[in-house]
Design a protein. Structure first.
Length: 274
C-alpha cells in the first residue's frame, strides 16, 4: 500500500486529507485490541465529501490510518494543545481515552520513529511537493486541510461541537482575506453552526505550512460528522442526502478560496518545508 494518493490539478487550492485512510499493516493490526480494530477515530468519507467540488482541485490523501501514525501531529511529538486532552503522534488511546493496543503491545520509541519515516514523512513530502508545484504555477498556494470528528467527544471537549470548525491558529496561518472568506460562507450556511479558532485552532499541518508572508496560506476545516453520516457510530455510513446538502456549502467555500487567491500578493515559488 502506498502511503499517499495524489490528485494533481491546476487550482491554487490544495486539499489535504490526512485522516480518511483506513489501511493498517498486518503486524500492527495483530496487536490492536477490539477498540483499536474498530478504527472509530477515522475521518469517515472526508475524501468523498470533497471529491470533484472544485475544478482543477489538488488533493493529497494519506491512505494509512491515524492509529499507524497521525499525519497531523508534530513529528517531534510536541502537543498541539498543551494542558488539554488529545492523542499523540502514534496514538495508544482512542478519542475516548481508551487503550487501542493489547496489553504490552504498544509501540516503543524505535518503532514510532520507523513509522514516522515510512508513513508520516511520506505524506508530508507529497503534500509539500504539491504545495510547491501549485505555488510555482500561481505564485501562491492555499492549503485547505480537511477533517471531521464526532460532534460529541467528552474526552476531548465539552458539549456539542459546531458543524464547521475553522482553524487558523489565531489568524497566523493565512491572510485575513482567506480566513474571512471561509468564515463568511460558514456563517451564511443556513441550518449549520460554525466557530473560528474554537476547540480546533488548526493542527500541525496548518501551523507547519501556513506562512502567508511566503505566499503559502493554510486553513483547517474540522466538520462535525453529524453533517454527513447517518449516525456517528459504526458502521459510520455516508448519508447521501446530508452529504449533498453539505457539499453545496463546501463547494461555495472552495470556489471562494480560488477567487480570493487571485487577489492575494504573489511571491513565486518558495520553500514550504521546515
Amino acid at each position: 500500500m502506498k502511503p499517499v494518493e495524489i490528485f494533481a490539478g491546476d487550482s491554487p487550492v490544495v486539499l489535504g486529507v490526512p485522516h480518511a485512510g483506513t489501511f493498517i499493516p498486518d503486524d500492527i493490526r495483530a496487536r490492536l485490541n477490539e477498540t483499536g480494530l474498530a478504527i472509530a477515530d477515522t475521518d469517515w468519507h472526508v475524501d468523498r465529501l470533497y471529491s470533484n467540488l472544485l475544478p482543477g482541485a489538488n488533493m493529497v490523501c494519506a491512505t494509512f490510518h491515524r492509529y499507524v501514525i497521525d499525519a497531523n501531529r508534530d513529528p517531534e511529538g510536541v502537543s498541539l494543545y498543551p494542558g488539554q486532552n488529545t492523542t499523540s503522534l502514534c496514538p495508544v488511546t482512542d478519542f475516548d481515552g481508551r487503550p487501542i493496543y493489547l496489553d504490552g503491545e504498544e509501540p516503543g520509541a524505535d518503532e514510532i520513529e520507523q513509522r514516522r519515516k515510512t508513513w508520516h514523512a511520506a505524506y508530508h513530502e507529497a503534500l509539500a511537493a504539491e504545495i510547491e508545484r501549485v505555488q510555482e504555477l500561481h505564485g501562491i498556494a492555499i492549503l485547505y486541510d480537511c477533517h471531521s470528528i464526532r460532534s460529541h467527544v467528552p474526552f476531548l471537549f465539552e458539549g456539542t461541537l459546531p458543524d464547521f470548525n475553522i482553524g487558523t491558529n489565531g489568524g497566523t496561518t493565512c491572510s485575513p482575506a482567506v480566513e474571512a472568506a471561509i468564515i463568511a460562507r460558514a456563517r451564511a450556511a443556513d441550518g449549520y453552526t460554525s466557530v473560528l479558532n474554537g476547540r480546533f485552532k488548526g493542527g500541525w499541518t496548518t501551523r507547519h505550512y501556513g506562512r502567508p508572508e511566503t505566499g503559502v496560506h493554510a486553513i483547517q476545516m474540522e466538520l462535525a460528522q453529524s453533517t454527513h453520516l447517518t449516525t456517528e457510530a459504526a458502521p459510520f455510513a455516508y448519508d447521501m442526502a446530508k452529504a449533498e446538502r453539505l457539499r453545496v456549502h463546501l463547494k461555495e467555500m472552495l470556489d471562494e478560496l480560488a477567487r480570493v487567491a487571485g487577489n492575494l500578493p504573489k511571491t513565486g515559488a518558495k520553500e514550504t518545508t521546515r
